[in-house]
Design a protein around this ligand. Structure first.
Ligand code: RET
Length: 297
């Protein structure tokens, strides 16, 4: 009648985990207060404006910098254009996911689509890395292998973060989040080391800007895993949803338009220095192409 066969330890552990599963589930019953809904609605709307206006800006000022830095400005403009498009889709998806009923925003049944954000990162993160490396104007034999390993790591970081993001199971979120943190730490480590190495070859004015760029990278990229972590810190249900979306949006505005502005500042400063070392004879964009000279600027 009863199965009295001894349960092996791991089976017991599995049974416990299954039993405990309900407590590991992230809340799926979600209704938002109007202020919670509007906070995210307005944050997305702000991001659309920030992305498209900065795209216009980076595109129009790209000719004000030396030729070899123009690619960094163009990539900057492309990054924020891609992000502007995705924020537009994210905004619409948010709007469609909730409807106002009896004073609260309840789920309509149309799921909020997190994939837009991850597809956006998949495209923009490798491009941001190109932008960062391009503005340093490193010799091609140094920049190409550096970019290849950083871009590959960024794809692994985003691809492994996604299954955790869309899961409503806390354990799954923790496991994929941990896996994704490995390439994340690698990218930040390599970027920090490379940017620090490049400091010695820059003039004092550029050094300060590159130091700021290093800090902005660390700070803005650090916000993403913190936002992702929120549901694991005991912040549950709608508060977690709002926190995660707000965190990612703030991080995106720092990592794309603000980062782009810093890249522009570096490009302008380096262009001026290139011109000065060129005896002010060269036209804009005709800065010396010798790596030894250019990387010193
Ligand atoms: C995830 C999953 C949890 C662990 C980590 C993550 C990191 C995400 C990062 C995203 C950066 C995006 C940028 C976009 C700009 O265009 C995927 C949230 C570490 C660092 C810079």
């Amino acid at each position: 009648m009863f199965d009295l066969s001894p349960i092996p330890d791991f089976a017991l552990l599995g049974a416990l985990l299954v039993q405990d599963d309900s407590s590991q589930r992230l809340s799926t019953v979600q209704s938002l207060t109007p202020s919670q809904f509007n906070l995210i609605y307005n944050a997305f709307s702000f991001a659309i404006a920030a992305m498209f206006s900065s795209a216009l800006f980076f595109f129009s000022v790209r000719t004000q910098v030396g030729q070899k830095y123009q690619i960094a400005l163009l990539v900057s403009a492309i990054v924020v254009s891609i992000a502007g498009y995705h924020y537009f889709r994210i905004f619409n998806s948010w709007d469609a996911a909730y409807s106002l009923q009896d004073g609260v925003y309840t789920l309509t049944g149309v799921p909020f689509n997190d994939a837009y954000r991850y597809v956006d990162w998949l495209l923009t993160v490798p491009l941001l890395l190109v932008e960062a490396v391009a503005v340093l104007a490193l010799p091609i034999k140094e920049s190409r292998p550096l970019l290849t390993k950083l871009a590959l790591a960024s794809i692994v970081m985003i691809a492994t973060g996604y299954p955790g993001e869309i899961s409503d199971n806390l354990n799954t979120r923790i496991i994929w989040g941990t896996v994704s943190t490995i390439p994340f730490a690698y990218i930040l480590y390599v970027l920090w080391v490379e940017l620090s190495k490049s400091l010695v070859r820059q003039s004092p004015a550029v050094q300060t800007l590159v130091r700021n760029m290093r800090l902005l990278l660390l700070f803005s990229w650090g916000v993403y895993p913190i936002a992702y972590l929120l549901p694991m810190l005991g912040i549950v249900g709608t508060t977690a949803t709002v926190g995660v979306q707000l965190g990612y949006t703030i991080a995106d505005v720092l990592a794309k338009p603000l980062f782009g502005l810093l890249v522009f500042a570096i490009a302008v400063t380096k262009t001026k220095l290139d011109q000065a070392s060129n005896g002010l004879t060269g036209e804009l964009g005709q800065a010396p192409e010798l790596d030894a000279i250019s990387t010193r600027a």
